[in-house]
Design a protein. Structure first.
Length: 275
């Protein structure tokens, strides 16, 4: 694989205040391997550093959002584990898993809200990826699964930690233990996705509409809310309330606050600068 091809496996571009991360390996149904994850890490960094982006869409090119882990021989993970097991091999594999976990955590903790636009297949590592996003939208044709139990290994880059927080322990255990595929209606019923759309075109349109709505809000307030929500997952209620008060005081007053109040009173759309 050439350096140019590797760079294009995951792309980032911005459209006004909307950043777009795209898995760009359609011939492989956007299957993931270490090279793709490294490209994803660079795209996440680009989105975080983009001064104009206020919300980030995560999507996939081709017929599927992501078919999961790349099971082809070109995936260096399988080349390594096919060797006779030894301590060096196990240490290397552990470090690769932790590195990939960190990439997912960076996506989860990016300061800007993220919206996953899911279509076709969202399996294994693909499902782990969208669980890092703040909002998940899908098309009617989407199939979801954690198939790892059927394949003889453990879901290991964050899915088993994040899935119970989204769908509850019972549903998460069923998904992890059965390894079965389930459809968009089931995903909606267990709150895995926020909304289901009839086709991919409608999904993309509504995803961008939601992103535009979020981007039109004062970014300091939106990003502050995300930080508080992330912090709340890790600490006690009292600690979360204390952080919430401290984080709120960081942006009061602000130019955007004055603009928001003026726009409300004058019944017009606010123009926010993130200041």
């Amino acid at each position: 694989m050439s350096e140019t091809q590797a760079e294009n496996l995951v792309t980032y571009h911005s459209d006004g205040h909307i950043g777009v991360i795209t898995l760009n390996r359609p011939e492989k149904r956007n299957a993931l391997n270490p090279i793709v994850w490294n490209a994803l890490d660079e795209a996440i960094a680009s989105a975080e550093e983009d001064p104009d982006a206020r919300v980030v869409l995560v999507r996939g090119e081709g017929k599927s959002f992501c078919a999961g882990l790349d099971l082809s021989p070109e995936n260096e993970l399988f080349a390594a584990v096919n060797k006779p097991p030894d301590a060096t091999q196990k240490i290397w594999f552990f470090r690769e898993v932790r590195k990939t976990q960190d990439i997912h955590t960076r996506l989860e903790r990016i300061s800007k809200p993220t919206i996953a636009l899911i279509h076709g297949h969202c399996l294994g590592a693909g499902l782990e990826l969208v669980l890092c996003c703040d909002i998940r939208l899908c098309s009617r044709d989407t199939l979801f699964a954690f198939p790892e139990a059927k394949l003889g290994f453990i879901t290991d880059v964050g899915g088993l930690q994040r899935l119970p927080r989204v769908v509850g322990r019972g549903h998460a255990r069923e998904i992890a233990f059965r390894g079965h595929r389930f459809d968009a209606d089931r995903a909606m019923a267990i709150n895995l996705v926020n909304q289901v759309f009839p086709d991919r075109e409608t999904l993309e349109e509504n995803g961008r509409e939601m992103a535009s709505e979020i981007a039109a809000n004062p970014p300091l307030a939106v990003q502050g809310a995300k930080e508080v929500l992330l912090f709340d997952q890790e600490v006690s209620l009292e600690e979360s309330l204390d952080y919430n008060a401290a984080r709120s005081s960081m942006i009061v007053p602000s130019q955007d606050l004055f603009e928001a109040v003026a726009a409300y009173l004058q019944k017009r759309k606010g123009e926010f600068k993130g200041a």
